[in-house]
Design a protein around this ligand. Structure first.
Ligand SMILES: [Zn+2]
Ligand SMILES: [Zn+2]
Length: 93
């Protein structure tokens, strides 16, 4: 009695033997492993959640202008208050 193999659509005489020999992996597990599309979507969402932190503005180190003693955060080219050119040479951070 010839049967059609559900895996490769071939007509085989001994289906169980054919499955065992030709499709050892699929003969047991009928459900094909789904492509990880959903998981990938989740990953994409995770990576899309780039931290645009609300507290980023207060993150910078506090510096003080050598000229007018104005305080500001982060390394700036010039003092935001008096406009003095700030030299960051040797200052780390
Ligand atoms: Zn087959
Ligand atoms: Zn200043």
């Amino acid at each position: 009695m010839a049967k059609v193999c559900p895996q490769c659509q071939k007509v085989v005489k001994d289906l169980p033997a054919h499955l065992k020999r030709m499709h050892p992996a699929t003969s047991k597990a009928k459900n094909e492993p789904k492509p990880p599309s959903e998981n990938e979507l989740e990953k994409e969402l995770e990576t899309l959640e780039l931290p645009e932190q609300p507290g980023a503005e207060t993150k910078g180190t506090l510096y003080q202008c050598v000229d007018c003693s104005a305080q500001f955060r982060g390394k700036q080219g010039t003092c935001p208050k008096c406009g003095t050119t700030l030299d960051w040479g040797g200052i780390d951070g």
